[in-house]
Design a binder for this molecule. Structure first.
Ligand code: ZN
Ligand code: ZN
Length: 232
């Protein structure tokens, strides 16, 4: 890990921007391909994906790159601190804390967006889809991308986490984004009513939010929707 950071320190701003741009583009491409493969729609991608979706996906990749670059610079200049050496238990604790903290922050932020018409008009772009596909995950207004990105950076500024927990969380975040924007339910029927899925988000949970906008504001869990009475 130290060698990786030493490599990043050796790069100038333009090289860092390009590196993070490639990283964010690769994540988006992989997410879209995985989602369409899972839905069995890979051969129909050309018909299903519109130019508008491609345009907004490029914009989201660009603004996600700015958030990544800002996070890196905050880390480089000591405003964000990561634990580089943690044992497995601490990594797992940090990972769980990150999930619940971000889920709560995003629940509050997302619910507030739906209440305030002057910001909802930006979020409305994402709500153009009743039956989202994996690319809908990236159809977001730059103001929304920067808003969620700022929440993420503020949490990292406020609390020092294990770098490994942060990396795990970032993978988990993309995985949950894909899961929430599929046409097929990812949770098999046989276990759908298991107690775990009374609390954890599944595909139907976020798709229901696209169809019933006053419900299901959480992203990873149903905890906050259950507690605050907004679960569908
Ligand atoms: Zn969505
Ligand atoms: Zn919404």
């Amino acid at each position: 890990m130290q060698a990786f950071f030493a490599y990043l320190y050796s790069l100038n701003l333009i090289s860092l921007f390009l590196l993070f741009l490639v990283e964010n583009a690769a994540i988006a491409l992989m997410a879209v391909l995985l989602g369409f493969t899972f839905d069995g729609l890979l051969t129909e991608m050309k018909r299903l994906i519109s130019l508008k979706e491609i345009y907004w996906t490029f914009a989201t990749i660009f603004f996600n790159t700015l958030v990544t670059l800002a996070g890196y610079l905050l880390f480089k200049y000591g405003f964000i601190v990561f634990h580089l050496e943690s044992d497995l238990l601490n990594i797992l604790i940090d990972f769980v804390v990150l999930i619940f903290a971000m889920d709560l922050l995003m629940y509050v932020f997302h619910r507030a967006i739906h209440k305030m018409s002057f910001v909802y008009r930006y979020h409305d772009l994402h709500h153009a889809y009743d039956t989202p596909t994996a690319i809908s995950l990236f159809v977001l207004h730059p103001i929304e991308v920067m808003g969620f990105g700022s929440l993420w950076l503020m949490l990292l500024f406020a609390v020092d986490f294990s770098i490994y927990a942060v990396m795990l969380y970032l993978v988990f975040n993309v995985a949950m984004g894909i899961i929430g924007h599929l046409r097929k339910e990812i949770v098999p029927k046989a276990v759908k009513y298991n107690v775990c899925f009374q609390w954890l988000a599944n595909t139907g949970f976020h798709v229901d939010h696209h169809q019933h906008e006053q419900h299901n504001f959480g992203f990873y869990t149903k905890v906050w929707d259950r507690l605050f009475g907004t679960l569908k």
